[in-house]
Design a protein around this ligand. Structure first.
Ligand SMILES: [Mn+2]
Length: 305
């Protein structure tokens, strides 16, 4: 049995509200893995920066009028696939990720994986396929990039290929906030008729949320959030920033409705690469994680009173 003292990581929100593993409905899983970053490095420092920033997040959520952290029970798992001290191969990272997430899901935990680079998501999604072999789910991705390349810089496990791996698994996808793709990706989107809501359309079409929710073909959803999907003026601390991303309230409004209308099985928040002398990116990521815990708690009925 795991207790809070087994982890050397800082517990999400702080020790005062941290639950034991057994009591927790939510498990935060830090995965400080970085191997294929192509532009700004540093995402292996993302999980710790988010956990540290989460100490400053208000327990009371003013939108929900609720101190969710106390009811949901949040346990922070020890880091896995940590590349800060040693090299970890993509195969080793994917194995550790899949095995750990699968165990947590079997223990009935709502898992929030914190990256680390986006290639980790392949292992997370594999764990849900293993846990729900006969129940299809859609991977909803928030991202600036299509991540649909077959391979990049010689690796199929590059962070620029994660959604291609998901498409190859045969899972339905909905991509939100896309604004940087190569020709190969544009052709794949057309050939496979993939569902993509481009950042341009999001900026100009007030009814995009309604359309995006309606386009999700299954009741069950896995949510992968590359923080570069959000506008870089809000989160400059990402590896590959792109102008013109989602704004905070559009993002929250969309995610709240996904969680209300669909069963979100789990989620990940990826690619935070902290900027020196600024805490804005990690605080925003920590706040986003807490908002999502709140929406999940609300729609899954985790209120204790
Ligand atoms: Mn991206």
């Amino acid at each position: 049995m795991l207790t809070q003292t087994d982890t050397s990581v800082i517990p999400f929100l702080g020790a005062d509200v941290a639950a034991t593993y057994d009591a927790a409905k939510v498990v935060i899983l830090p995965i400080p893995y970085e191997a294929t970053t192509t532009y700004r490095r540093g995402c292996e420092n993302g999980p710790d920066a988010i956990l540290e920033a989460s100490q400053q997040v208000e327990y009371y959520d003013e939108e929900l009028d609720w101190e969710i952290g106390c009811d949901a029970g949040i346990y922070t798992y020890p880091s896995i696939a940590d590349t800060r001290d040693r090299q970890v191969s993509p195969e080793e990272m994917l194995k550790a990720t899949q095995e750990t997430v699968y165990k947590l899901v079997r223990d009935n935990k709502f898992v929030i994986a914190l990256g680390g680079e986006h290639s980790i998501t392949t292992g997370v999604v594999e764990a849900y396929r293993q846990a729900y072999p006969d129940e299809p789910f859609t991977v909803v991705q928030i991202d600036a990039h299509g991540d649909l390349r077959h391979e990049y810089e010689g690796s199929i496990h590059n962070h620029a290929c994660i959604m291609r791996r998901v498409v190859d698994m045969g899972l339905p996808t909905v991509q939100i906030g896309i604004r940087a793709i190569c020709k190969e990706e544009a052709e794949l989107i057309k050939a496979k008729n993939l569902t993509v809501f481009r950042a341009r359309e999001i900026a100009n079409q007030p009814d995009w949320i309604e359309k995006a929710i309606a386009s999700i073909p299954t009741q069950k959803v896995f949510l992968t959030i590359d923080l570069d999907g959000i506008d870089p003026t809000l989160i400059p601390g990402v590896g590959t920033p792109e102008p013109g991303g989602l704004n905070w309230y559009a993002l929250l409004s969309f995610l709240r409705q996904v969680m209300e209308k669909h069963q979100v099985l789990g989620l990940d928040i990826m690619e935070l690469a902290p900027v020196a002398d600024s805490v804005v990116s990690q605080f925003t990521a920590a706040k986003l994680a807490y908002k999502l815990i709140g929406y999940q708690a609300l729609f899954q009925g985790w209120k204790s009173t």
